[in-house]
Design a binder for this molecule. Structure first.
Ligand code: R5P
Length: 296
């Protein structure tokens, strides 16, 4: 069956890369906002009888959701056999419990909404903390890819004598895997979050790694407060300027500039969210799974 691929605005580079490697037709779209702020979506290409792939990474999700929903719905109305959403970064995953009575459990609501308009979801390292699988909240089949081997390869190729450091206990699950493949030691710091942008990091045992290059590894860099606290802590201990590696560089507001200003030696992210810090390419990883699923 023929495959046609569409990219929402901002996703063109990854869409082009995927179209090229999986041999899919590039779909033509017209999307804009009316003067009153409502969304206009038009599919120009013929999609009848085709499998459609929609590429839309989901940082800053609120403004993307309605255009995405309209696109997926119109593709089905126009006769696409299936619509697969490729969202390298999946948002709302951190709202995975009710912290205070009355709070919306937005990870579950978001999952229900996405599951209502796409037939399948492919993503990279969703933040699974209190949940073990996307299947707990998504009702469509989900393919979860992992950036750890790519991050390990980047560290191996670019950092001499690294010590990998997870900025909090949650990060241990991926730091340990990245460290193993990078043939490097690792440790994990203890973190207390006092507010949205108030994070304290404490008591690592990194003194024995003084001669190594610290590489902080986390799945998401959002406000960057977690990384900034960790960078400050390592610097106070007299370690070299740490390299900060994030799978998903959300960089809310001035987070990137704040992190660089705090003394990070280098900031490197995967291109799950387009950003100047992108140094690790996930295109091939996604292509491989799309090609595998195309095979009869
Ligand atoms: C924790 O839940 C995540 O793994 C990251 O540590 C966290 O999302 C980073 O957030 P921020 O950059 O806002 O400190």
């Amino acid at each position: 069956m023929n495959t046609i691929i569409f990219g929402l605005p901002g996703n063109e580079r990854l869409m082009d890369q995927l179209a090229e490697t999986i041999g899919a037709t590039r779909g033509e779209l017209s999307m804009r906002q009316f003067p009153d702020g409502e969304s206009y979506v038009r599919v120009v290409s013929e999609v009848k009888g085709m499998e459609a792939i929609v590429v839309c990474t989901l940082h800053l999700p609120d403004g993307k959701l309605l255009p995405l929903l309209y696109l997926c719905r119109v593709l089905k109305d126009l006769g696409a056999v299936s619509v697969r959403l490729v969202a390298p970064y999946l948002s709302y995953m951190r709202q995975d419990t009710v912290f205070k009575p009355g709070e919306a459990l937005t990870s579950a609501y978001f999952a229900r909404l996405l599951s209502s308009f796409c037939d399948r979801l492919t993503t990279i390292d969703p933040h699974l903390h209190r949940r073990s699988s996307l299947a707990e909240i998504y009702s469509v089949p989900c393919t979860v890819l992992h950036a750890a081997p790519l991050i390990s390869a980047w560290i191996k190729a670019n950092v001499k004598d690294p010590v990998l450091i997870g900025p909090d206990s949650e990060s241990e699950q991926w730091v340990s895997v990245v460290a193993k493949d990078a043939d490097a030691p690792f440790t994990v710091l203890q973190k207390t979050r006092l507010g949205d942008a108030d994070v304290r990091v404490s008591v690592p045992e990194v003194e024995r790694y003084m001669d190594r290059t610290p590489v902080l590894v986390d799945d998401i860099i959002s406000t960057a407060r977690t990384m900034i606290e960790a960078v400050g802590h390592l610097k106070r201990l007299g370690l070299k300027a740490p390299i900060c590696v994030g799978t998903h560089g959300v960089f809310a507001g001035s987070a990137y500039e704040d992190l660089v200003g705090a003394g990070a030696g280098q900031v490197v992210t995967c291109n799950t969210i387009p950003h100047p810090s992108n140094g690790i390419d996930v295109g091939e990883l996604i292509s491989r799974t799309l090609i595998k699923d195309q095979q009869p």
